[in-house]
Design a protein around this ligand. Structure first.
Ligand code: ATP
Length: 179
């Protein structure tokens, strides 16, 4: 088989997704338990274009996806304009903010910038060509465990697919890459 065909016939989403075993874990946001300061620290310590939002660290069920750019703009605006938003304010992506101490700072509600139905596949979904990103107008998609649990497993960008295809091609140096 040509590498492109081999890729389309044998690769599963789980073979292509990040993080690989040796990578640091996924950088995720939790829906109602991180502070503005915590979110800023996470965003500034990485270069990723976006972050999956999960219920909590204990229950990593995917609830949405937020772009880095939108997070930075919203936090910046809130810090400038919204009375009382400080580093210790809770960032809330859920519909209803959790109960908080009455003397604490007001929460920063960011549900409006979250994609509520990010494109997902499961770990055993066969991979297709990287064209899928252009065709569906996506930047990335998330991998979740099948059925209702929707546990977040990983993330795939167009570059991840291209890298995986190149790796397969390198295993077979005589073949012509991508025709
Ligand atoms: P670039 O930004 O260089 O164009 P890219 O198009 O792959 O790369 P990025 O979002 O920056 O997009 O992702 C870089 C790499 O990190 C990819 O391998 C991707 O799967 C992975 N990645 C993306 N988002 C996260 C995240 N939140 N946590 C962990 N890894 C991520």
């Amino acid at each position: 088989l040509e590498p492109k065909e081999e890729f389309e016939h044998s690769s599963l989403a789980v073979d292509v997704m990040r993080p690989r075993r040796s990578d640091p874990p996924l950088a995720v946001l939790t829906q109602d338990s991180m502070t503005v300061g915590g979110v800023e620290a996470l965003v500034e310590s990485t270069r990723y274009s976006g972050f999956p939002v999960v219920v909590s660290q204990e229950s990593p069920r995917l609830v949405g996806f937020v772009l880095r750019r939108d997070l930075l703009i919203s936090i910046d605006n809130a810090r400038k304009r919204q009375d009382g938003v400080v580093g210790a304010s809770l960032v809330v992506f859920s519909e209803h903010p959790p109960a908080q101490a009455p003397d604490g700072p007001p929460p920063l509600r960011l549900r409006g910038i979250m994609d509520l139905s990010p494109f997902t596949v499961t770990d055993h979904t066969p991979m297709t060509s990287p064209d899928i990103f252009r065709k569906l107008g996506l930047r990335q998609f998330c991998l979740v465990s099948p059925r209702v649990t929707r546990r977040l497993l990983g993330i795939i960008t167009k570059k991840d697919i291209l890298k995986h295809m190149a790796q397969i091609a390198n295993r077979d140096p005589d073949s012509i890459l991508f025709n």
